[in-house]
Design a binder for this molecule. Structure first.
Ligand SMILES: [Cu+2]
Length: 201
């Protein structure tokens, strides 16, 4: 702070303006965070983790067929301009509101509260395999063989070009008892932590 006070007049004025802007932006963000309902599992990330939970601008039809399972997609990006691009090591997350659901029709509703574009793919888990153990290829994506469906549309059901920041995508699938893995398979997103096991009983 001291260097701003000793800087030239013009630099000082600009710095003050930037500081005021940063403070204002911080207040706005803090307001958003406290007003928005935190998704279940958010506590695991700890307070002030840096994850952004933005309001979503659309919603899935209600009710959807079968059991509805909300899924939160989030990241610690900086701008919506990034689209789905993410380097290895970026922090992002995928959290389903339920870890166990009864077999049958299940509607997964994925809300993208992050900055980046995301998606939700439902993959079978092989016996003995755990979520997060798939090895991405050179393209940063995991093998989607056996996929049971996906929500990758903005404000719409089914497959598309991704769930853009602040929107919702959903899909209804029928799952037999077993273990499944919910994942975001945009490049590097799986390796960056976007996966969770879903047990169907
Ligand atoms: Cu993602």
């Amino acid at each position: 702070m001291r260097k701003w006070c000793t800087g030239r007049m013009t630099t000082r004025a600009v710095s003050r303006r930037l500081l005021a802007f940063a403070v204002a932006a911080g207040l706005v963000l803090a307001g958003c965070t406290s007003n928005n309902k935190q998704p279940s599992g958010a506590g695991m990330m700890g307070g002030g983790s840096g994850y952004r939970y933005s309001a979503v601008t659309c919603s899935a039809p209600s009710p959807l067929p079968g059991r509805t399972v909300p899924v939160t997609l989030a990241d610690m990006g900086m701008t919506q301009m990034m689209g789905g691009t993410a380097p290895p090591g970026a922090r992002m997350m995928l959290r389903a509101a339920a870890a166990t659901v009864p077999a049958g029709q299940i509607s997964l509703v994925a809300s993208n509260m992050g900055w980046r574009t995301h998606e939700l793919v439902i993959l079978p888990l092989a016996t003995g395999a755990g979520a997060g153990q798939r090895v991405p290829g050179a393209d940063g994506k995991v093998d989607e063989t056996g996929s049971l469906g996906e929500a990758s549309n903005s404000c719409a059901a089914g497959s598309g070009n991704g769930i853009t920041s602040g929107t919702v995508g959903w899909t209804t699938i029928t799952l037999a008892p077993g273990r499944y893995e919910l994942a975001c398979n945009l490049p590097n997103h799986y390796a960056d932590g976007m996966y969770q096991e879903l047990v169907v009983t």
